[in-house]
Design a protein around this ligand. Sequence first.
Ligand SMILES: Cc1cc2nc3c(=O)[nH]c(=O)nc-3n(C[C@H](O)[C@H](O)[C@H](O)COP(=O)(O)O)c2cc1C
Ligand SMILES: CCCCCCC(=O)C(=O)O
Length: 349
Amino acid sequence: MELVNVFDYESLAQTSLDAGTWAYFAGGADDEITLRANRRAFEQVQLRPRVLVDVSCITMNTRVLGIPVEMPILVAPIGFQGLAHPDGECATASASTKTIMIVSTFSSRTLEEIAQVATGPLWFQLTAPNRLWTERLVQRAAAAGYRALVITVDAPRSGRKEAAQRLDFHLPAYKANFGDEPMGNGFTSLPTWSSLAWLRSLTSLPIVLKGILTAEDALLALDHGMDGIIVSNHGGRQLDGVPATLEVLPEIIEAVNGRCEIYMDSGIRRGTDVLKALALGAQAVLVGRPIIWGLAVNGADGVANVLDMVRTEFEQAMALVGCSTLTTINPSFVRRMVFNGYLNGYHRS
Ligand SMILES: Cc1cc2nc3c(=O)[nH]c(=O)nc-3n(C[C@H](O)[C@H](O)[C@H](O)COP(=O)(O)O)c2cc1C
Ligand SMILES: CCCCCCC(=O)C(=O)O
């Protein structure tokens, strides 16, 4: 069967992984309300195409924190990729040529091994058990050439994935980046607003907060000198019942008002999803689970193909909506669907 979109990869990935591993990758927290809301939000935003625009030459090259990328579609940090394919994050890094890959602290390969085979720029998603490990990992990431740090702020503890729990799935204890050192009592100093200044003092790398869902926290991120924000609900895997990211993106864009870069993830599956997120103000999006689907089905080639599918679909969406460059994408290209006669539009004509 020819694989024509990322959902085809999803179906095939499910058949190639054991049930517990699949449940871990696919699952959301609790009742999976937020997991479903992420997709529904994209379905409920419609496009407003403009016609007779010259779209013979489409370009989607851009810069993310000053780093040139060939598309505004980044690779989200996903831990334990070795569960999907023996090459794990090394395969993903070798396939992420046109864009930035964010490497999770919980990678199955060390951050150095991944950097050695990467074909594109890397950021490091940092979760450390204490200040000593924070310092070590920050130094190692900088030394290995990582270009930014991503601090995940929506996971002071892990969300409950009931499907995986029912199948008695347990994550591997061994975490490559921590070597053989015992983890002691686990995570004793998780980040708080007050520890960000200390983190900032450790490094000159840009710092991005991942998991912001409110204007209030976006403003706090600015107050704390953060360089970027990822509007994310962790793909519906942390607090169930929070809104879809597409729903909250406009309030965050409005509050931040251009003072730092804003990206979003959770539920991006189609090129039209990328277009909708950018129209509502995101500078770039991150793709999560589809990367795992590509990896599970066909290693590095699968990841490359998944990224290419989303990029090609986005290019098509730009052409059909009448945008030849990213800078021409704006809120006038989207509207919300009408419910019960009530139109809550983004576009005000
Ligand atoms: C299996 C899995 C593992 C993940 N591991 C991490 C992680 O280590 N660090 C992190 O910040 N986010 C992690 N995430 C969240 C992703 O970075 C991202 O926010 C989410 O997958 C985006 O939603 P999507 O899967 O619907 O695209 C993980 C997500 C999945 C599905
Ligand atoms: C101590 C284990 C943390 C797992 C982190 C992976 C993750 O974020 C996920 O959503 O799964």
